[in-house]
Design a protein around this ligand. Structure first.
Ligand code: MTE
Ligand code: MO
Length: 385
């Protein structure tokens, strides 16, 4: 069948679907390093993983300026030979990250991701802005969109594809990459071998893997995942009232500010059996915002949001340039646990460089697709000392 030739996966991945393969790493392993090892990077596939070859791979470009109507065709070696190499450390987050919590409010449609449908890698490739500038592509006139098409296909031949604003593609400070390496290795098959679009600060869905075609256009990409999925819906629209034509909200591009607690785990007695340290709890988590917006602060509450303390932010994160903070911000907070503490209601919320804040509850941002859950993350931890 179509899934006969899938790559090997790390046995620790929590599998949300087998065919296509979708998995997220255990939170404790994910938080062990700023850069996620390739085999622990979450995987979100809509289709079977194609069997491609870097040596014979061609990237085709179409649209005004790009050799219309025949287009331009480039090998990966030609890309490397013609354009300057560029490296970006960026976090990719799926729009469905933290969907499981949203489905507790009311049923949603989609994979049940916990808090780790995001990962961080160092990507190397060439800047899409350099490639487009080389051929004289500008966003003058009515050109507004840049389509990115993958070479993974369903049984009817339909491929995965998406589009980003042409303004994003053209802006060299947005660091959009045509990447051929992930953490200094050829990109693993699950993550887009041999070529992938990296669109920092933008929802995972637009970071098109197995990249085969780029089309500059007046129109947004017409494919299913651009038109019918990865769009926002209001909380009053559910599958009973759904009308895609009327309610097709704008496509999701740059993501909102996000944070989550990764340790301790909610509902599990603390300290864990066999722990030596019973007086200090180290709370760990991550924060991240779209559009390159830096994380200015992470506030943590132990009492459900009544009082707050400031978490310590990872230095690799705070060193990122202003509004080019493509990578996440891991954070920690050590708290003293005295013998009278019977439980903690831990909450976190992050503030980004636009002073955007996270909504305190999920219900007002509930949507039938279960995307964009960035409400305060809450874990209840019973204490047993
Ligand atoms: N690109 C292709 N060609 N096919 C896909 O299924 N999934 C998208 C995006 N790019 C997808 C794709 C989605 S929804 C996400 S969240 C990211 O890839 C996930 O990237 P990863 O699997 O490397 O974590
Ligand atoms: Mo996604």
């Amino acid at each position: 069948g179509p899934y006969a030739n899938e790559p090997m996966r790390h046995p620790a991945m929590k599998i949300n679907s087998h065919q296509p393969f979708n998995g997220e790493p255990p939170a404790e392993l994910l938080m062990e390093s700023f850069i996620t090892p390739n085999d622990l990077f979450f995987v979100r596939n809509h289709l079977p993983v194609p069997d491609l070859d870097a040596d014979s791979h061609r990237l085709e470009l179409f649209g005004p300026g790009l050799g219309e109507p025949a287009g331009i065709s480039l090998s990966i070696d030609e890309l490397k030979a013609t354009f300057k190499e560029h490296t970006v450390v960026t976090t990719i987050q799926c729009a469905g990250n933290r969907r499981a919590e949203m489905s507790n409010i009311k049923q949603v449609n989609g994979l049940s991701w916990d808090t780790t449908a995001l990962s961080t890698a160092k990507w190397t490739g060439v800047l899409l802005s350099d490639v487009l500038a080389h051929y004289g592509v500008t966003d003058e006139g009515d050109l507004e969109h840049c389509h990115l098409e993958g070479l993974d296909r369903d049984i009817t031949g339909q491929c995965y594809g998406a589009s980003i604003p042409l303004a994003t593609a053209l802006d060299k400070r947005k660091d959009v990459l045509l990447a051929y390496a992930m953490n200094d290795e050829p990109i693993p098959r699950d993550h887009g071998y041999p070529l992938r679009a990296i669109v920092p600060g933008t929802v995972g869905a637009r970071n098109v893997k197995f990249l085969g075609r780029i089309i500059v256009s007046e129109e947004e990409y017409g494919g299913f995942w651009q038109q019918k999925d990865y769009r926002g819906f209001p909380p009053n629209v559910d599958y009973a009232t759904e009308d895609f034509h009327r309610y097709a909200g704008a496509s999701i591009q740059e993501l909102p500010v996000q944070s989550a607690i990764t340790e301790p785990k909610g509902g599990r007695l603390w300290p864990l059996e066999g722990s030596e340290e019973v007086d200090v709890m180290t709370i760990k988590g991550y924060a991240w915002s779209g559009g390159g917006r830096n994380i200015l602060r992470v506030d943590v509450s132990l009492d459900g949001g009544a009082t707050w303390q400031e978490a310590t932010l990872a230095p690799e994160a705070t060193a990122q340039r202003y509004n080019r903070a493509w990578a996440w911000t891991p954070w920690t907070l050590d708290v003293d646990i005295d013998d009278n503490t019977k439980e903690l209601n831990i909450v976190c919320k992050a503030i980004d460089s636009s002073y955007n804040v996270q909504p305190d509850t999920i219900a007002p941002i509930w949507n039938m697709r279960g995307v964009l859950n960035n409400a305060w993350h809450r874990v209840h931890v019973p204490i047993n000392k």
